[in-house]
Ligand binder design. Structure first.
Ligand code: 5GP
Ligand code: ZN
Length: 137
């Protein structure tokens, strides 16, 4: 299976590694939205958020917190985005689960402002009911 992130984990491909532990590795994104844009990934290959076992998800979230804090302090950011694209429709291009941590500044020009919809009468409850009944206890 061809996976650029697995190649980085196995040392077959170079990356600026920021952090590593037993379950997680973190490195700079090669095409940053802002400089210091970092990816945090599980060492095991999982395609997306839903395929990552909870134990490893906990590890990746814990690491993401450490990295976000380090980015905020070291790069003196005004904020940061934590993003995970899941599926082609959502913009995922590498199918090995990852969080993006993107440094943000009051002066930067990057905006994610989609055209927002309005719910028609009663449809908000319909959507909520559909999702509520599918939530696993
Ligand atoms: P996605 O589009 O799947 O949410 O994010 C994949 C990210 O991986 C992109 O932002 C892209 O720039 C980054 N990326 C793709 N190939 C490489 C690579 O070889 N090295 C590094 N460091 N980042 C990569
Ligand atoms: Zn992989």
């Amino acid at each position: 299976m061809d996976c650029i992130f697995c190649d980085i984990i196995e040392g077959k491909s170079e990356a600026e590694i920021i952090y590593e532990d037993e379950r997680v590795i973190s490195f700079l994104d090669i095409r940053p939205v802002n400089y210091g844009h970092t990816l945090v990934i599980t060492k095991n290959h999982y395609e997306n958020f839903l395929s990552v076992p909870v134990k490893e998800l906990n590890a990746v979230i814990k690491a993401a917190r450490k990295i976000a804090e380090a980015i905020s302090i070291s790069l003196k950011t005004d904020g940061f985005n934590i993003v995970a694209n899941n599926g082609t429709a959502a913009g995922q291009s590498v199918f090995h689960f990852h969080f993006h941590i993107i440094p943000r500044y009051n002066t930067d020009k990057f905006h994610f402002r989609p055209e927002l919809k309005n719910y028609s009468n009663g449809s908000m409850k319909e959507f909520a009911d559909k999702i509520r009944t599918a939530v696993k206890k």
